[in-house]
Write a protein that binds this ligand. Sequence first.
Ligand SMILES: Cc1cc2nc3c(=O)[nH]c(=O)nc-3n(C[C@H](O)[C@H](O)[C@H](O)COP(=O)(O)OP(=O)(O)OC[C@H]3O[C@@H](n4cnc5c(N)ncnc54)[C@H](O)[C@@H]3O)c2cc1C
Length: 486
Amino acid sequence: MPEPSLHRPLPAAAVESWDHETDVLIIGFGAAGACAAIEAANAGARVTILERNSGSGGASALSGGEIYIGGNGGTDAQRAAGFEDSTEAFETYLKLAGGPCVNDAKCELYAREALDHYVWLKAQGVPYRGNFLPGKLIEPPDDSTLIWSGSEAAAPFCDQAKPAPRGHTIQHTGWGGGRPLVDRLEARARELGAGVRVDTRVLGLIEDGGRIVGAVAKSDGAILHLRATRGVVLATGGFVMNEAMRRKHCPQTFRINDPIGDRDDGAGIMMGIGAGGEAVHMDQFFTTCPWTMPEPQASGVFVNIHGQRFINEDCYHGRVSRCAVDQPGGKVYLLLDSAHFSQPAEFARTDIAATGDSWEEVEAELGMPAGTLAHTMAFYNAHAGEGRDPLFDKRAPILTPLDKAPFVALELNFQTSYFSFFTLGGLKTSVNGEVLGADGDPVKGLFAAGRCTHGLPAWGHGYSSGLSLADCTFFGRQAGKAAAHG
Ligand SMILES: Cc1cc2nc3c(=O)[nH]c(=O)nc-3n(C[C@H](O)[C@H](O)[C@H](O)COP(=O)(O)OP(=O)(O)OC[C@H]3O[C@@H](n4cnc5c(N)ncnc54)[C@H](O)[C@@H]3O)c2cc1C
């Protein structure tokens, strides 16, 4: 019998006997897989989930559990906080966030249905307190459930889409709402009768006459052949932990050092390509260094090694970090005055590179040519005092002069500071989760969702917190429904 392979489906004719039969076979039990399972079961399909770890979770369980939701006049939490979020503004923002990599159809569908999706999440038992916590936060420090989580209030986004906070976090005290989110979705999938096989790693797909009809897996040392009468859903996550794939597709990530996620080895992407699917925007990645912690540091100014600014710093911390990684010299500096400096968060691994009683002294200590950084700060401060940023259009209240000595430059070093990152590129899919080939035609019987696909979080420079889980949960549901209907 031919060996199973991630790169080429096994012909069904080579399967001597099937070990298991189901209607919808879901590979991966993170947020995307769980949501696919719930909807496939709701549609009346028999569902089996295969998970290589000893339990559900994947990267989803490591996450903050924050989901990007808005439109249709706003969620209860948005409206209570005074934000009427129109579908048009929400859709415009989603498309701006996708930038040159945007999938318009996914943005349009999600913009229309996100409010219903929020209601659906609640119906699965996901708790939301429904209150808004203002400020520049990465995750709510308490059990609040709505924060600003993107670049909505910053240029150029705010000029094209009316801003609203849209980061909806599961009610959970402190960081790490991803685990309880997945627990709730897992419980729901099990209640609906989904079968779960953990410690079961899928080694390859099985095809019959051009249609994907199952998968080969290894469990307890045994090789299993599992048949799916209606469809197979890939929900295996991204490829951030696969160095060979990153070297080939996403080499810029080697400028930074902290991949985050579970095992994220790209297996689902490889299986999808092997079955005839196409992977797109594989060079895209999210990154962030938590430079807005403590919060007063959000008012700082970034310069590159030439003492030049490169971004309006009131954008989302991840957009600023992603633009930072484009800068030359392997590092950037966050400039702060004594009114805005406090000890940086330890896990950010950002060190003080220079101090001084004037920006000229800081510039000299950094070894920059005289008049570079000092001129940047003189120009910035003069205009910030008038409430303007002629170069990058940073806005109040983050726009504030940095003129209270002493001054400090924190070094954000791409190799030694904490630049966490994960990949965004993946399989091209329809809004219903069908895996599409280069010709745009679906690969019969094969569906995919989550970070093994290209979806709402499409462009590293436009990423906003919550876009990935919005994509995983919503388009996971779409894939589950479509697979159940064969
Ligand atoms: C620390 C951290 C915080 C984050 N916070 C947020 C946030 O608040 N909001 C947000 O939107 N995004 C966040 N993200 C990103 C987000 O969590 C992920 O992009 C998302 O959870 C991916 O979900 P998924 O279902 O596609 O994959 P996963 O959750 O990784 O699930 C994939 C599953 O497939 C299994 N699997 C893989 N290959 C196989 C195989 N061959 N056979 C069987 N099983 C297999 C894996 O074991 C895994 O359990 C965060 C990420 C991290 C790491």
